[in-house]
Design a protein around this ligand. Structure first.
Ligand SMILES: Nc1ncnc2c1ncn2[C@@H]1O[C@H](COP(=O)(O)OP(=O)(O)OP(=O)(O)O)[C@@H](O)[C@H]1O
Length: 266
């Protein structure tokens, strides 16, 4: 699924301009990391591509459609072709993991099948296979509120892999995982996307992970694209400029003693 933005701007309801004149083209099957400081506009850009926010200027093209020119029903069908991975997956606490994963296909199933699936998991083996890719097949019948933050994020990723959308939008998908697990999970997500030809856009705070796992990296600052480069071409000076923060107090904090690294598993 290709994505094209031409001069796209977005002001939130309170008037805060979060995106300014974004021009961007992402070809089908591309895998792109979005990086930038807090408040740069990364989540806003992903929400705009998910069609949960409407541009206030410019045009957006998703799968050769301007979603905001479609009728509501057509826009809903377009949304079913997009998979969302949230930093904190909005899973009902008492729901079983199997049901949460199978819900990935709710947008593609008829209503009756979706409702039946809530009562009785219709494809437990499919859910288990998706969870196995994230190494958490043993959690199939566990309740979501009994999982750690990192495990919940992996359930959210398994749900999107089960959905098998054309476009995956991931907002900080590994933020609750330890460094080793985060890298491994991003490698799995990238491999799955590459093998199945899915387009993948992920916002990340961990610059090293963005550079290591994604062929293309877009830096966003103050609602604008600061750079858009192959990962191998991103220079340290560009990263320094991207994250420069003049608002932080100049007084240095006390030096932190080097501590042995403890990597918790979740
Ligand atoms: N619902 C909203 N209403 C008003 N302003 C908002 C809203 N959501 C975000 N903003 C503002 O829009 C700007 C961009 O926010 P956004 O969440 O897109 O940044 P971000 O790059 O994802 O930040 P972070 O890395 O901290 O999650 C910020 O100035 C933020 O305060």
């Amino acid at each position: 699924m290709s994505v094209t933005l031409r001069g796209v701007g977005l002001a939130h309801a309170n008037g805060k301009v979060a995106l300014e004149a974004i021009d961007l083209h992402i070809a089908p099957g591309e895998r792109v990391a979005i990086i930038g400081p807090s408040g740069a506009g990364k989540t806003t850009l992903l929400r705009l591509l998910a069609t949960s926010l409407q541009p206030t200027r410019g045009t957006l093209d998703l799968l050769q459609h301007d979603p905001w020119r479609l009728a509501a029903g057509q826009r809903q069908r377009l949304r079913a072709r997009i998979g969302l991975i949230h930093q904190a997956p909005p899973l009902p606490p008492r729901q079983r993991v199997v049901t949460a994963v199978l819900a990935g296909k709710l947008g593609q199933w008829p209503l009756a099948k979706g409702l039946l699936n809530l009562l009785y998991p219709l494809d437990a083996s499919g859910a288990q296979a998706a969870l196995a890719r994230l190494d958490i097949a043993d959690k199939l019948y566990q309740r979501c509120d009994q999982l750690s933050g990192g495990q919940l994020q992996r359930v959210g990723i398994a749900r999107v892999l089960y959905q098998a959308p054309e476009l995956i939008l991931a907002d900080e998908p590994v933020s609750a995982m330890d460094p080793v697990l985060a890298g491994h999970t991003l490698a799995v997500l990238n491999r799955e996307a590459a093998e199945r030809g899915m387009t993948l856009l992920a916002s990340l705070h961990a610059v090293d992970l963005a550079l290591a796992h994604f062929p293309r990296v877009i830096g966003i600052r103050d609602g604008r694209i600061a750079f858009d480069l192959p990962a191998a071409d991103v220079q340290p000076a560009q990263l320094q400029a991207l994250y420069a923060n003049e608002q932080l107090q100049a007084s240095p904090s006390l030096p932190v003693q080097a501590q042995p690294v403890h990597i918790p598993r979740c």
